[in-house]
Design a protein around this ligand. Structure first.
Ligand SMILES: [Zn+2]
Length: 211
């Protein structure tokens, strides 16, 4: 029972952060100019976790790099890369980003990953690699410029009942599909695989922004 309560608190905190982001108007997609997203430099603020970091790099290359959606030219430690575009920290809490797209440029703790799942997301302890890769593909959707796709509309956020998918009215520029990795009410959001609708959303984001 305490685990369930903890998971519920995590989810409430996550939804609260999402609502703050929405109120601040960052729900709009916001990507990098093409030249910059093809030359991103990414650093880790925390040492160790060599194997987990490699899982993340491989998943990002497989889903984004191989499709020329985003290209990381260098992964390293932040101590050695003070001007890296994306700074990732590792904490045992709900993974998230502190903005989307270029808002994250050189931002300290800009992206937060969880590699241990001792407190948050305990169900991931038995399948750490799948969870780490799946969450990485979601968080790098934010790095690329996509917002979260699920919007609480007065329903039960804990079960996603009554939570609506962000629509044209809410996001106004890019429509994200129900099976998207950006829709955390999609049971497969941690699949670690971009779906056809993700690719359409990313394509329209690039096109609309002329990037
Ligand atoms: Zn998210």
């Amino acid at each position: 029972m305490p685990n369930k309560i903890r998971d519920f608190i995590d989810l409430v905190a996550c939804v609260f952060v999402l609502m703050v982001i929405l109120q601040s108007g960052s729900a709009m997609a916001d990507s990098w100019p093409q030249e910059r997203r093809e030359h991103l430099r990414v650093c880790w603020e925390i040492p160790d976790f060599k194997e987990e970091k490699q899982w993340v790099a491989n998943a990002i290359e497989r889903e984004y790099g191989s499709r020329q959606l985003l290209n990381v030219v260098e992964w390293g430690e932040c101590d050695a890369m003070p001007d890296a575009n994306i700074r990732i920290t590792i904490m045992d809490q709900g993974p998230h980003t502190r903005g989307i797209g270029p808002q994250l440029d050189q931002l300290e703790h800009g992206v937060v990953f969880n590699f241990t799942f001792m407190h948050w997301g305990r169900s991931c302890k038995a399948q750490r690699r799948e969870c780490i890769e799946g969450i990485a593909v979601h968080e790098f959707g934010h790095v690329l410029g996509l917002p979260d796709a699920a919007i609480p509309m007065g329903g039960d956020s804990a079960t996603c009942s009554g939570v609506q998918l962000a629509t044209q009215e809410v996001q106004s520029d890019v429509v994200i599909g129900e099976d998207s990795v950006m829709n955390y009410c999609n049971p497969n959001w941690r699949s670690g695989r971009l779906t056809g609708t993700d690719l359409v959303a990313i394509g329209s984001m690039f096109q609309l922004q002329g990037k």
